[in-house]
Design a binder for this molecule. Structure first.
Ligand SMILES: C[S@@+](CC[C@H](N)C(=O)[O-])C[C@H]1O[C@@H](n2cnc3c(N)ncnc32)[C@H](O)[C@@H]1O
Length: 324
């Protein structure tokens, strides 16, 4: 997958106004902060050059994660989403992904850091579909969220909230949604534990899980394991330079949960790992009805074998009876 060309061009245009060597220094400091700094709820970046470094290094991956999580969510629901809130929108990657999958211009972005907000707005001004999207300053911890929408999305934000404030924030997100709440986090044990916190609140408050889980309940994965999906993103030229990378792509691991106010059918099986393909045999680790199972498919079942060979980590297997 690739970020939309209009976004790539908008990011590249900004490079005309900075020194690449300086940008690289900020990028490497920012990487360290994101990897090692304790999350106290304080700001992680607040200068224009840091926001630009963030957008180059992280927007492709977060775009890909939101795109994939939303696609999996939409496979499970059958009503039209007409309005969206993007909370902790950063420089807008979730909204760019939403724009690819939903036919609505009624999207509002909320963000606490003015440098992120201004840069995100400026990228969107280059896309006729997104140029009128409304951006508002908001601190989701301190401020009331008055707006409401059919879909409320927050990507890679929950882990920046102080742990003791997280429950309040999750409840604010739930309150501001008419139908669906989609929360995406890094595909790490910490990110997944935030997702499990959302899952617990959803179950306790009688909400319904849409994706990725294939049952309504608390995740049975042991503490040392974590559920995540993977998306492969093509690297832009400048991404390779900032990250000193040779590979033309990066694999982003992410964890997510979509919950709904309406009942929904989330039966089936979810592929939890890259399928293991051996000669004449495929083993898929799947989540099925709240249990982890190994599904083994042999070449004897030609059609099924062909179908399962194409399955990727995070994808859904429907109609278990015919596919088992
Ligand atoms: C890692 S970035 C993710 C940005 C974007 N959602 C994405 O997926 O690329 C986290 C964003 O959440 C914002 N954020 C953190 N705490 C916030 C809060 N209390 N209220 C609003 N935004 C917040 C940060 O300023 C930052 O822009």
């Amino acid at each position: 997958m690739k970020i939309p060309e209009l976004l790539e061009n908008a990011i590249e245009e900004k490079l005309n106004h900075v020194k690449l060597t300086e940008l690289k220094q900020y990028a490497s400091k920012l990487s360290e902060k994101y990897m090692y700094q304790e999350r106290t709820g304080d700001t992680l970046l607040n200068t224009e050059i840091e926001a630009l470094a963030y957008s180059i290094m992280r927007m492709p991956a977060t775009y890909g994660a939101v795109y994939t999580a939303l696609k999996h969510t939409l496979e499970r629901i059958n009503f039209n989403i007409q309005s969206v809130l993007d909370i902790g929108a950063g420089t807008g990657s979730a909204t760019w992904a939403i724009n690819e999958l939903l036919d609505t211009k009624n999207i509002q972005c909320f963000e606490r850091e003015s440098v992120m907000l201004e840069l995100g707005k400026s990228f969107m001004s280059q896309n006729p579909n997104l140029k009128d999207i409304s951006w508002k300053y908001m601190d989701i911890v301190k401020d009331n969220l008055e707006a409401k929408a059919d879909l409320v999305v927050t990507s890679y934000m929950l882990n920046e909230i102080k742990p003791e404030k997280r429950k309040d924030v999750i409840n604010k997100l739930i309150k501001s949604s008419n139908h669906i709440i989609l929360i995406i986090e890094p595909g790490t044990p910490e990110g997944f534990s935030n997702i499990k916190e959302v899952q617990k609140i959803a179950i306790e408050t009688g909400l319904n899980i849409v994706a990725p889980c294939t049952f309504q309940g608390i995740c049975p994965l042991p503490d040392e394991d974590w559920c995540h999906s993977i998306v492969r993103m093509e690297r832009t030229k400048v991404h390779k330079v900032l990250k000193n990378a040779d590979l033309p792509y990066e694999d982003e691991k992410f964890s997510y949960i979509a919950i709904a106010k309406e009942k929904c059918d989330n039966s089936g099986m979810r592929v939890l790992r890259h399928p293991m393909i051996e000669k004449g045999k495929i083993t898929l680790k799947v989540c099925h009805n709240g249990k982890m199972e190994d599904m083994i498919v042999t070449k004897k079942d030609k059609e099924l074998f062909k179908m399962m060979k194409k399955k990727k980590c995070g994808e859904l297997i429907l109609d278990c009876k015919t596919e088992m």
